[in-house]
Ligand binder design. Sequence first.
Ligand code: AP5
Length: 222
Amino acid sequence: IKAEPLKVMISGAPASGKGTQCELITKKYDLVHIAAGDLLRAEVAAGTENGRRAKEYMEKGQLVPDEIVVTMVKERLLQPDSQEKGWLLDGYPRSLSQATALKGFGFQPHIFILLEVPEEILVARVVGRRLDPVTGKIYHLKYSPPETEEIAARLTQRFDDTEEKVKLRLITHNKNVEAVLSMYGDITVRVDGSLSKEDVFTQIDAALRNVLGQRQASVGSV
Ligand code: AP5
């Protein structure tokens, strides 16, 4: 009997390193990375009605309403690649209502990773973040600089990556995090996200190997 594919959720404050760790996790575990923020930014870039509405909330650092986000994420989770390879859900659910809806649709993760980073570090991470529009890779001017001049010249910045906006995003996060955790308490693994990205990944990798080991043992005993 083959164990069903791995299902992972990763959560944490703005700029806690979710996207950075997801790059490392997908490289090693080949899961389908589904980031609520990326799906929303794609809607904004496409100029759809949902994108236009979503941007109003994103600019204020508030949660985009459920009627836009819930269906968007659900549809991505139901795609054949997510079902076959397993998924890595980044930045979702972010409220009790999203967590409840997801459970209602039958999506239950094996592990819920919470990245813990002190607030004073988060602002520095946000203002220095840059994105490569060609590869989608995340950089930081100081902590993770681009490899070449060519990449450096094409880097872009997110519209909500200012000190003022990250403080609003942080308020939203702090308001909701406990309610979400209450849904996944028994499978939550807290990770120290203030270390280097390699050291953060070492902790996550150990937690994922542990989950895989437990699941293989339980399949083997059937
Ligand atoms: P979203 O795009 O998810 O933004 P966020 O949660 O604020 O998280 P970020 O993407 O800013 O940070 P990250 O944790 O991925 O950090 P990263 O790895 O890039 O959401 C944006 C908006 O969309 C929300 O405000 C909301 O409006 C809306 N939205 C999203 N999901 C929603 C939902 N479920 N419901 C409703 N609305 C939703 O790292 C940050 C920087 O730090 C980078 O420069 C990186 O290089 C650097 N860095 C990373 N790790 C380290 C390290 N260990 N050491 C040093 N530097 C590091």
